[in-house]
Design a protein around this ligand. Structure first.
Ligand SMILES: Cc1ncc(COP(=O)(O)O)c(C=O)c1O
Length: 366
């Protein structure tokens, strides 16, 4: 299924009053960023990416240099570059499921043989390292994880991350870590995977934490120079370089990011606190509490008889409230992704009330 068919963008933002389907923080207005593009030359950019921007990104991490950073068109572009250049039909890979669609669909389209690591509600959606170990074979090319995770918000702890790096080294494969929600970890973020091992590839972007996903700017970090060359070649074939406009906006934004980010985190915290209270002892829903990101994946309690089609239908059409049904992630419709970063406080609180109303009106088997 194309990702966008049921996206808020496709439905039209004006049909939704309470948008709890988003996986990012609230989008910002360009005029509020005080960005000056007057002196920008609209040339082809540096193929690797604007050097000053790469240096700024690298400076966030110990032991990472500007040359280890390749700029891409969002994290989605990064993932596509990695999968399309590293993998071929028949290659064995290990991927966490559920996941952001690109992490599964691109290797599938390439014809990879995929072992899925299915995250279980009963295990709080934690990554089971023993399951990864059991799935590894001498010919495995890639282990692919996402942390903080979309759609559950779980975070892979430092010990597990280090153990995954060791496994990748032992088996001579790569570890891809989609860290797009890294800055939205509730605690101090785990170390950058690419900083732990040359076998690890880290991917991220400015889309989720800063409210600027329309700047299509992401990156791949790896300390293995030959691998970065391969990714650069793939990037050049797809789109030569990034948009210099996006790069410049991103650069000026990141220079001042702390002044924006404090306010963003405050809003996310408010909504999360409210969400926690709402979920505590909820009569019909249960969840694995997230540890990062701006999404979680609640589900209807076992035994709750609910017509899920009716629920989503009433929620959207009667209450103009939108969440991401489980089938977006090839999961049961009894689970849904709920985003707590995008809406205003008022609309978020109202959205939760609307979910309660839609549940009450959909109880009983249809
Ligand atoms: C885990 C994850 N990775 C990557 C992306 C792509 O983000 P972007 O291309 O906007 O940077 C998303 C978007 O939802 C995501 O959830």
């Amino acid at each position: 299924m194309p990702i966008e068919v049921e996206s808020p963008e496709s439905l039209g933002y004006n049909t939704i009053e309470c948008n709890l389907a988003e996986s990012s923080v609230r989008d910002v207005l360009f005029k509020h960023l005080q960005i000056n593009l007057d002196e920008l030359v609209i040339c082809y950019g540096d193929h690797i990416g604007k050097p000053e921007l790469r240096a700024l990104i690298a400076a966030e991490f110990t032991g990472i240099h500007a040359d280890d950073v390749l700029l891409t068109i969002g994290a989605a572009g990064a993932l596509f570059v990695i999968h399309s250049s590293l993998l071929a039909a028949g290659d064995h890979i290990i991927v966490v499921r559920p996941n952001y669609a690109v992490n599964i669909e691109t290797p599938k389209a390439i014809g990879c043989s995929i072992s899925y690591i299915d995250l279980q509600f009963e295990n709080s959606y934690a990554l089971d390292i023993e399951a990864v170990r059991a799935a590894l074979t001498p010919s495995t090319k890639l282990i692919s994880i996402t942390t903080p995770h979309n759609p559950t918000g779980t975070v892979v702890d430092e010990k597990t991350l280090a153990a995954l790096c060791t496994l990748a080294e032992e088996y001579g494969c790569y570890l891809l870590v989609d860290e797009t929600y890294r800055e939205l970890s509730f605690a101090v973020p785990t170390p950058l995977a690419a900083g732990i091992s040359n076998r690890a590839i880290s991917v991220s972007s400015v889309s989720k934490a800063y409210g600027i996903p329309g700047i299509r700017l992401g990156w791949i970090i790896t300390k293995e120079a030959a691998l970065q060359q391969l990714f650069l070649a793939a990037k050049e074939q797809g789109h030569i370089c990034n948009s210099v406009v996006d790069e410049e906006i991103c650069y000026q934004y990141l220079l001042k990011k702390e002044s924006y980010f404090t306010a963003i985190k405050k809003e996310v915290q408010y909504c999360f606190n409210h969400l926690e209270q709402w979920m505590d002892n909820h009569a019909y829903l249960e969840w694995a509490k997230p540890s990062g990101g701006v999404v979680c994946f609640p589900r209807f309690r076992r035994g709750v008889e609910i017509d899920t089609e009716k629920f989503y239908n009433i929620l959207l059409n009667r209450y103009k409230t939108y969440v991401g049904p489980g089938h977006w992630f090839e999961q049961s419709k009894r689970s849904f992704r709920l985003g707590f970063g995008w809406e205003t406080r008022e609309a978020f609180v109202k959205g939760l009330q609307n979910i309660d109303k839609a549940i009450e009106e959909s109880l009983g088997v249809g």
